[in-house]
Design a binder for this molecule. Structure first.
Ligand code: ATP
Length: 319
């Protein structure tokens, strides 16, 4: 490849800018021409593509969001839309594309790959729901934000002997709830991957209060149900009225942690080097410290395995 492009797509996540910077600077370092596509696949269809230089990615490594913006683009779900996108790249001689996004964005990248554009996927999503990588770009920052919020809730809760239900992001994947729950000592972690009995959860809360616990935190991933519904059920079972906090989009904002910046930088550079070596149709990841490539086809057709070991650990330690 001689000319490559980079885009960000789907939900934004902290560290996407660091990944864009890495792709651009690594590409230029290796003598490639590098382009940026604005607003994900929408920009690909609308031909919103511009050349990048070293300075165009200056002062962004520390910023949340994405300077390339992102979009959800229905038209790109159609074969016609995908063809227009591929043609817009080809007419500029761009034969490599790095897509930074989640599962849906990977599906789009897979389609482009089948149309002859060499594509690489970088896992950019706070949810940590992409398989074949230990972590996705943005997850570490999102977990830190949840942990920080719980620290603050704990301060006020233990002064008032209160319980809290905290609803966090994760439609299909409970890893934010799991990691944040373990890191902040939540009493209960409710995730879509593990069935639970709310009567038992309620009883445990009562037992814990009787044993002298002054506060109790239930962390629920949004994919389970609304935090309000959990709280209502607990009130029905116990008479205790937990406070509900929905953290929402705050989890997607703010400066990326050093872990996310380093992950994004490593993966961005890796994607470019692999494109130069002739790889395509691959998702990039890091597993146990090793940079790895996996067929995008395989990535999009595999469900990420939930970390039951960590879940059990969180349970053991939250007595
Ligand atoms: P997040 O995990 O943050 O939601 P995502 O990448 O999964 O990110 P989606 O909205 O699912 O977000 O996908 C982003 C875009 O990718 C879509 O708007 C669409 O343009 C494209 N896309 C999704 N699925 C497909 C598909 N099956 N074929 C082609 N393009 C797709």
């Amino acid at each position: 490849v001689k000319k490559i492009a980079v885009l960000t797509s789907g939900g934004d996540s902290q560290g996407m800018n660091a990944a864009v910077r890495a792709v651009v600077r690594s590409g230029l370092f290796h003598g490639l021409e590098v382009f940026a596509v604005q607003r994900g696949y929408a920009g690909l269809i609308n031909d919103d593509i511009r050349p990048m230089d070293l300075r165009s990615v200056g002062d962004i490594i520390q910023r949340g969001g994405t300077i390339l913006q992102t979009a959800r683009c229905k038209e790109f779900m159609t074969p016609e839309g995908q063809q227009i996108g591929a043609d817009n790249l080809r007419k500029r001689g761009i034969d490599g594309l790095v897509v930074i996004g989640g599962d849906g964005s990977y599906q789009g990248a897979n389609k482009l790959n089948k149309l002859g554009i060499n594509t690489m996927g970088l896992p950019g999503t706070i949810d940590n729901d992409i398989p074949f990588t230990d972590f996705t770009i943005g997850f570490d920052t999102a977990v830190s934000i949840v942990v920080d919020a719980i620290n603050k809730l704990r301060d006020t809760m233990s002064s008032h002997e209160r319980s809290s239900v905290v609803e966090v992001m994760g439609r299909h994947c409970g890893e934010i709830a799991l990691y944040a729950g373990l890191a902040s000592g939540a009493e209960t972690i409710l995730v879509p991957e593990v069935p639970f009995d709310l009567t038992e959860v309620s009883q445990r809360m009562v037992d814990n209060f009787n044993l002298g616990k002054r506060h109790s935190i239930i962390l629920v991933a949004e994919g389970v149900c609304k935090g309000e519904d959990i709280a209502a059920e607990i009130t029905k079972n116990t008479g205790i009225e937990p406070r509900v906090t929905v953290l929402g989009h705050i989890q997607r904002g703010g400066a990326p942690t050093h872990n996310d910046r380093i992950l994004a930088s490593s993966l961005g550079d890796f994607a470019v080097r692999k494109l130069i070596e002739g790889e395509s149709g691959k998702g990039c990841g890091i597993i146990k410290g090793e940079l790895v490539l996996t067929d995008i086809d395989k990535v999009v057709n595999t469900k990420r395995e939930f970390n039951m070991e960590l879940y059990e650990l969180a349970k053991r330690l939250s007595q």
